[in-house]
Design a protein around this ligand. Structure first.
Ligand code: ZN
Length: 246
């Protein structure tokens, strides 16, 4: 099966539609790693769009915040403002949809979580030291995570006659990349609010039979999203950061 892997769409329908156009015809199903909503101006549109496709999705911390399930004091003020705004926007049907999302899924022998295997909704895996711990919480060799909005591969293996090693490497763009030879935690980056200094939307396509992955970056009309955000008086910093990919 070929799956389109998306994460952290963050209510950015312009970016999500650009990804769907770019990947058109190349996938059978969507795997979504959470945070469909939060930050951006189009929460309902993004939920309704993903529901038009066969898909599996896990819950992200911003999805949880939109359901008012967590203490917003854990968020910075911009994220709090956008979470409160999102709560006022969601339709009852879309709220029910978010409420139905599991925290962890195993699909085709691959684990999907938003944050980490250890703490699926909240924990950030930024460094190999944190990634290394996670493999003890994984029942599969390969896991996809989102949450940091930074594309990366963490590989875990036993060095010859040595200790277990966990290394971070860059997820190559457009190259076909073999997965599953070592245990791996892979982050495909963010569709709607990239934070690796590249403003283009990020996503990946997996072929679960060939065990290959391809990572892509796609330009989208950032100014169009910013205009909509301004119309809803969303926090200026959240509007500005899209241009910088941060
Ligand atoms: Zn996020």
């Amino acid at each position: 099966m070929r799956c389109l892997i998306v994460s952290d769409i963050h209510a950015n329908i312009v970016a999500f539609d650009a990804v769907l156009r770019h990947a058109d015809g190349k996938f059978d199903k969507i795997w979504c790693l959470g945070d469909i909503v939060g930050y951006g101006p189009s929460p309902n549109e993004c939920i309704e769009r993903i529901r038009q496709f066969p898909h599996s999705c896990v819950l992200g911390n911003h999805d949880s915040a939109a359901l008012d399930r967590l203490d917003l004091n854990d968020f910075n003020t911009d994220a709090q403002d956008s979470a409160r705004w999102t709560q006022t926007q969601l339709t009852a049907a879309n709220r029910d949809y978010l409420a139905s999302l599991p925290e962890k899924l195993v699909e085709e022998g691959i684990t999907l979580v938003h944050g980490s295997p250890r703490q699926p909704v909240w924990e950030y895996i930024m460094f190999p030291s944190v990634a290394k711990i996670q493999f003890a919480y994984l029942s599969t060799d390969v896991c996809f995570v989102g949450h940091t909005h930074v594309p990366v591969v963490f590989s875990y293996y036993q060095a010859e006659n040595g200790p277990e090693v966990c290394e971070a490497s860059v997820l190559p763009v457009e190259e076909t990349f073999e997965i599953g030879k070592e245990r791996q935690i892979i982050n495909p980056g963010s569709v709607g609010q990239p934070r690796d200094g590249d403003a283009r939307a990020a996503y990946a396509i997996i072929d679960t039979e060939a065990n290959t992955l391809q990572h892509f970056r796609v330009e989208y009309a950032i100014s169009q999203v910013q205009e909509t955000m301004r119309r809803y008086n969303l926090p200026p910093r959240l509007i500005a950061r899209l241009v910088y990919g941060w």
